[in-house]
Ligand binder design. Structure first.
Ligand code: GRG
Length: 324
């Protein structure tokens, strides 16, 4: 039974094994997503303390509270719950992940990088606050992210927080976002093969999505077996997410996307549709999502019959069905 959710996509309201488990296994993904999103929005709103000067606080808040799908924090919360933890335990880290993501969007939009005017349906940070302030707002969000984990995560054992700091560092730095961005910029205007394209996206986009699910699970003290399943899940959704992003860049409007559509073509970037065509790109995204979901099959149903992995399974489907 499809349901339209409040962020503009059609979600399947389904359990992970609805065919065999019957009506009791139905999971209302639209309701789940909206409730989690509202909790994340409230936590984000409360996360920026009395930053001084006010101009810095305004620039940080402008981008952090500009909307967006909040997919990364929701993935973190869902992974924590799958591993037996609570939303309260994971929320500071979920906020931290959205801060890192927002920082990367602010910096990506700068004239020295992708040079864009529109993000999340509004003028980009540097268009409103100037380039220097946009860089500094990004820097402040990045460092505040680590503060959220290290100093504002009550009730989580210190060694688990240390592991989360490790994942966040790997995802943000040269082994993740920064490395992927550098290769992406170096490849502009060049012919890029599928292997290099995959490298770019596993680092630029995939690394942070991986950190989201791993850190959520680490907070709850997940087993190595579950962490390994989540690494496979994250690889699948990370690449699928980017393939869909590439497809939407050519098929959706700037109005719906909230960012400039057709950007990859004008920046002469290699994309999945350019290498594989639209149809094969979509098939590849579907196959990656199927792989991601298969990795979580052993965790689909808890001993108590609860649909433990339902949110992560539905989030994987959402990645390919989203329209923005
Ligand atoms: C300074 C440490 C440091 C890193 C910056 C700029 C940069 C390095 C990396 C660029 C990373 C980047 C912008 C990747 C694109 C990821 C992507 C597909 C973003 C869109 O994500 P959505 O669709 O956006 O989830 P919303 O707005 O919904 O959150």
């Amino acid at each position: 039974m499809p349901a339209s959710n409040p962020i503009g996509m059609t979600a399947a309201v389904t359990g992970p094994d609805s065919a065999s488990a019957g009506a009791a296994s139905f999971f209302d993904f639209a309701a789940y997503l909206e409730a989690a999103r509202l909790q994340v929005e409230a936590a984000l709103d409360g996360s920026l303390g009395p930053e001084r000067p006010e101009s810095l606080r305004d620039a940080m808040r402008y981008s952090l509270l500009a909307g967006g799908k909040r997919l990364r924090p929701i993935l973190c919360l869902a992974a924590c719950e799958l591993a037996g933890g609570t939303r309260e335990q994971a929320m500071p880290t979920a906020v931290a992940l959205e801060m890192v993501h927002t920082m990367s969007l602010i910096h990506d939009d700068l004239p020295a990088m992708d040079n864009d005017d529109l993000r999340r349906g509004r003028p980009t940070n540097h268009k409103v606050y100037g380039e220097a302030n946009a860089i500094l707002a990004g820097d402040a969000l990045l460092t505040r992210a680590f503060e959220m984990v290290a100093l504002r995560s009550p009730g989580v054992p210190a060694e688990r927080l240390l592991a989360v700091v490790g994942e966040l560092s790997l995802a943000s730095g040269a082994p993740g976002l920064v490395g992927g961005q550098v290769v992406d910029l170096e490849c502009e205007g060049k012919d890029v093969d599928l292997e290099t394209l995959e490298y770019i996206h596993l680092h630029k986009t995939g690394a942070l999505l991986r950190a989201c699910v791993l850190s959520g699970a680490l907070i709850a003290g997940a087993s190595e077996a579950l962490l390994e399943a989540l690494r496979t899940y994250a690889r699948g959704i990370g690449l699928a997410f980017q393939i869909i992003d590439d497809i939407l860049d050519v098929t959706a409007s700037s109005e719906v996307l909230g960012k400039t559509a057709g950007k990859d073509l004008t920046a002469d970037k290699t994309t999945y549709p350019k290498l594989l065509g639209l149809e094969e790109s979509r098939q590849r995204a579907d196959a990656l999502v199927a792989e991601a979901k298969a990795a979580l099959a052993p965790y689909a149903q808890g001993a108590d019959g609860a649909l433990k992995a339902a949110p992560l399974l539905a989030l994987a489907d959402y990645i390919t069905s989203r329209d923005r």
